[in-house]
Design a protein around this ligand. Sequence first.
Ligand SMILES: Nc1ncnc2c1ncn2[C@@H]1O[C@H](COP(=O)(O)OP(=O)(O)O)[C@@H](O)[C@H]1O
Ligand SMILES: [Mg+2]
Length: 224
Amino acid sequence: MEVLRLEGVSKTYYHMGIPVPAVRNVNLVIKKGDFVSLMGPSGCGKSTLLNLCGVMDYPTKGQILFNGINLKSLNDGGLTQLRRQKIGFVFQSFNLLPSLTTIENVALPLLLDGFPSKKAKEKASTLIELVGLTHRVDHYPQQLSGGEMQRVGIARAVCHQPKLLLADEPTGNLDSNNGVKIIKILQDLNKNLDIAILLATHSDVVAAATQKVLQMYDGEIKKC
Ligand SMILES: Nc1ncnc2c1ncn2[C@@H]1O[C@H](COP(=O)(O)OP(=O)(O)O)[C@@H](O)[C@H]1O
Ligand SMILES: [Mg+2]
């Protein structure tokens, strides 16, 4: 079953009137159960592509289908719902809210979606356990290591059981030891929760742990 399909997708930014083609004519299919990595030099368009897949940005050309539904057929409410409920996003710099504890950070997307507080916290606790952070449940981000912060970021990204998890250099700010732990967690989520994953990385070790490696250069995917 197809989770995500990109057909002839391009994204051109304009910087001081000059076009910057960040993503060029990308065709890509992510299926249920896939674990795919995207490699390529800095500036080749990895983040732009992930943002397009995560409905955080829109293509200049081409179309994107999620679960067979063309994003062009959705209104703003439908796009927001899709972004919030079907897609999880993990950032290189974690993007946790500093004034919230581990459990509050993880439960936040559920509370925003109208979950009752008790239910949201129960669900968040289960995920915190899954990423091995039960002993850090009431800690604030500044009391956590980088690897722990990323584990909170992952628990938050999957709290609503998304179909697709996008991760933009999730181990980029971590030492190799913590990087390996993060990859192991992503592998488990892929397998046990059946979440398709697309991640961008510079690390050969991370890429080797995925099922398929795509190479990106100058906005294009070279190998599919
Ligand atoms: N908001 C933006 N405005 C203008 N240019 C951008 C913007 N975001 C990215 N770019 C440009 O698009 C290209 C691809 O960037 P990016 O997707 O961040 O690459 P990567 O993640 O592979 O490093 C780069 O040339 C970058 O400068
Ligand atoms: Mg990037």
